[in-house]
Structures are given as C-alpha cells and as structure tokens.
Design a protein around this ligand. Structure first.
Ligand code: CP
Length: 343
C-alpha cells in the first residue's frame, strides 16, 4: 500500500509531488470501487473549532465507508483551551493541548483539527495588517506537537490541504491530463474578508498538477508572497507555471478551469469598513457567463459555500459549466485515500 513520508497532513506541499499523485490515483480508484481498504476498529477524532458542513460530513462518512468511525467533537466557542506550552493558573483555562492531544491519541488512531484562529477570534485580536499573524497555526501545530497519532489539518489559518487535494482529484477527473492546461484562481467580491487558507491550498494543488496557473485579482490583494513563491517552485518542478494577472478578462483567456474564491487583503484584515469600500469598487470581478466566454470551454469550481451573485452569478452556477457539486463530492474520496494511507 501507499505510504507517505509525513506522519501528519498539514499542507499538501509537505509531500513530494509523486505522493500527491498517488493519493489522487487512490481517491479515483476508491471512487470507482476498484480498491477496498479497511480501517475496521479505528477511530478518528474530528475537532471543529469553527463551523463546517462539507468537511464534517465527508470525514464522518469517509471513516464509516472504511469500516471505522469518526467522533465529532464540536469545539466551536471552546476557547478555554491552552494551546501552547504555558501553564495557565488563571482559573479560566480548563483544558491544555499538552494533555488533551496525548489522551485523545490513546483512544483514537488519528486527530483531525479545524481551527482558523483568524475566523474564531475577534478581528481586533487577530491584529489586522500582520502577515506574521496570518502565518501562524498555533492550535494546529500544538496538536501536532503533542499528539502521538497522525494529525490532519481540516483548515487552519494558512492551509486547507483537504480542499486542495479534493480539488486536484476533481481536476484530474475532469481533464484526464491536467499538465499544461490553464487553471485560473480568480478573486471574487465578498462583503466580509476571509483568511487565505483555501486559495493557498487551491493554488498549490493546481501547481502540483503541472498546470499553467494564473492568479487573477485586483492590485493590492496579494496572497502571502512566501507561499506564492513555494507554489511557483512546485509548478516548475511539475512542468507547469505560475503567473499573476490583474485584468480578469485577460486572465480568463483560454482557461480550462476557473476556480472562484474570495480572499481578504491582509493589510486591511479585520477592518471590514475599509475592506468593504475596496471590495465594492471591484464588484465586477464576479464570475458570470459573459466572463466565462473568454475561457476554452472552462469549468467553474468553487469550494462552497458560495455567495450567489456576489462571487459567482446564477447563470454560471446553474449551468453545466459548474462542477462545484462534483468538487464537493470528491472531498470524500480524497479524504478516504488520505485516511486509508495515514491511519
Ligand atoms: N469547503 C469547505 O471546507 O466547506 P465547509 O467549511 O462546510 O467544511
């Protein structure tokens, strides 16, 4: 069977590209019923510090289909956790990851964590304008450090690798041979800024497939330059390329895959009023059927949930051009491949 070089799954880019390809192939084999690995008797604890529909249900179903079980530990609002090494004597902290992670590791065979601190904590305490802050994954890294079983990132501040892997499965399924095809990750208007975990992982996944990737966004809405650099290097390794384009029509020219995603401008993160004015200026970045005319029979992807007629128009979402439901389904098969391999 497939073995990964990493014990944890924090970021797709921690893995060599051939391991990502092998996971994609395994996911498609699972989907086609060609292999039936078993996780009988195994338990995955899923800890959600933020809400989820797709990730929650697809992980629970993945474990069930593999003969094991998932335990849904909803931690939304549970910030009386101490995540680092510190001993807190303030009487407010009731659990420390230093104990919780090894204890859960005695009961369970894997821990999956969703914790985007930037979403959960107030915008003010997320300290707007700091790249440094957005690069931290304090909670996830703390679990990874103290767990003695594999830890899976179900979306942190920085990465959403299960979305990236699921999207890679969908692209391979749709295009057959993605290498050399054009993938556009296009920024879209959204009334409230979000962190960049999902676009980071979507960009990395397309680069690992050897696609010619274009990041399309208005000036000033850059993704983390360090992560863009990493993605560009991985694109080169796989025979692809990465470029940035600030004109939407030009970016969409000849695209085979269009992935719509809203993300925030970190220099304004948490300052919704400042961001809102800027976003309203760029409302025309919504993906519409007229915009899709520039593509080469391009298909529309979106991680969901989608803000209809804000990020993507009904005319695209409700047309055969949209593959967003396949994309959501493939989270299941991608995660089954990951679980069967890691656990
Ligand atoms: N795309 C995604 O991760 O969806 P959820 O937030 O509902 O899990």
């Amino acid at each position: 069977g497939l073995q990964l070089s990493q014990r944890h799954f924090m970021n797709t880019a921690d893995l060599p590209q051939q391991e990502i390809q092998a996971l994609i192939d395994l996911a498609l084999s699972l989907k086609h019923g060609e292999v039936k690995p078993s996780l009988a008797g195994k338990t995955l604890a899923t800890l959600f510090f933020n809400p989820s529909v797709r990730t929650r249900v697809s992980f629970a179903t993945a474990m069930f289909k593999l003969g094991g079980q998932a335990l849904d530990l909803s931690m939304e609002g549970a910030w009386s956790f101490e995540f680092g090494d510190g001993v807190v004597m303030d009487g407010a902290t009731i659990e420390h990851v230093k104990e919780v992670a090894p204890v859960l590791s005695r009961y369970c065979d894997g821990l999956a964590i969703r914790c985007s601190e930037l979403v959960t904590k107030s915008a003010a305490s997320a300290s707007a304008g700091s790249w440094q802050n957005a690069r931290q994954d304090l909670v996830l890294n703390s679990f990874a450090r103290y767990a003695t079983v594999p830890v899976i990132n179900m979306e942190s501040n920085v990465y959403h690798p299960c979305q990236g892997l699921g999207d890679a499965v969908t692209i391979k399924e749709q295009l057959g041979q993605p290498q050399g095809k054009k993938y556009v990750l296009t920024w879209a208007y959204h009334p409230k800024a979000l962190p960049m975990a999902t676009p980071n992982s979507q960009m990395l996944a397309a680069c690992d497939l050897g696609m010619n990737v274009t990041l399309a966004y208005p000036e000033g809405w850059d993704l983390d330059p360090e992560i863009v650099k990493m993605a560009s290097q991985r694109a080169k390794q796989s025979g692809g390329s990465l470029q940035i384009e600030h004109d939407m029509d030009t970016a969409l020219e000849g695209a085979h895959i269009v992935c719509a995603k809203s993300w925030g401008a970190l220099q304004y993160y948490g300052n919704w009023e400042a961001e809102k004015a800027l976003r309203v200026q760029h409302k025309d970045w919504m993906v519409t059927q007229a915009k899709m005319q520039h593509t080469d029979n391009g298909r529309l992807m979106h991680c969901l949930p989608v803000r209809r007629n804000v990020e993507v128009g009904d005319d695209v979402l409700d047309s055969p051009t949209s593959i967003v439901i396949d994309e959501a389904e493939n989270r299941l098969w991608a995660q089954m491949a990951l679980l069967a391999t890691l656990l």
